[in-house]
Ligand binder design. Structure first.
Ligand SMILES: [Zn+2]
Length: 158
């Protein structure tokens, strides 16, 4: 089974974003020393993803990501965790890793200007990050993300 909690180092921000898209609790660290990163992974029970081979060697629950390219990085994750989910779910905020929950009423009484209000009125689900307030709904962006995840995961849908 893939880990429930992850920690991505600063070279892996995009990979962290895609893990959040599939609902994985993924913290992202920037500008911290190796020792701090290793300690946080241990304290929070997070599986470390890093492009630093030396750091990976110091942390038992870790994976050294070799590739620079996001699709290949996802492939490396799939090799290690074949059961890694790859369906987009609105469960973690891709911006801040906060928990994301469905909302029925517009925060502040009004949906943002870019919200598809007609589709929301027709029943399209809207989700809100409990930490930063960012709103999510299924649309062209999430469909593009899903297509990429399918391609990287070798599960191309018709
Ligand atoms: Zn957020």
């Amino acid at each position: 089974m893939p880990p429930e909690r992850w920690l991505a180092d600063e070279m892996l921000g995009r990979l962290a974003g895609y893990l959040r898209f599939v609902g994985c609790d993924t913290a992202y660290v920037r500008g911290q020393a190796d020792g701090e990163i290793a300690r946080r992974a241990a304290e929070e029970g997070r599986f470390l993803l890093t492009r630093d081979r030396g750091l990976a060697g110091r942390v038992p629950e870790s994976l050294w990501i070799r590739s620079h390219e996001i699709g290949a990085q996802w492939g490396e994750l799939m090799v290690r965790f074949p059961d890694l989910p790859h369906a987009v779910r609105f469960a973690r905020c891709t911006r801040c890793n906060g928990g994301v929950r469905p909302v029925t009423d517009p925060p502040g009484g009004r949906w943002p200007d870019d919200a598809p209000v007609d589709r929301i009125a027709a029943g399209l689900a809207v989700y809100r990050c409990e930490a930063c307030g960012h709103l999510y709904w299924a649309g062209t962006h999430s469909a593009d993300v899903q297509r990429r995840l399918d391609r990287w995961s070798g599960d191309v849908r018709p």
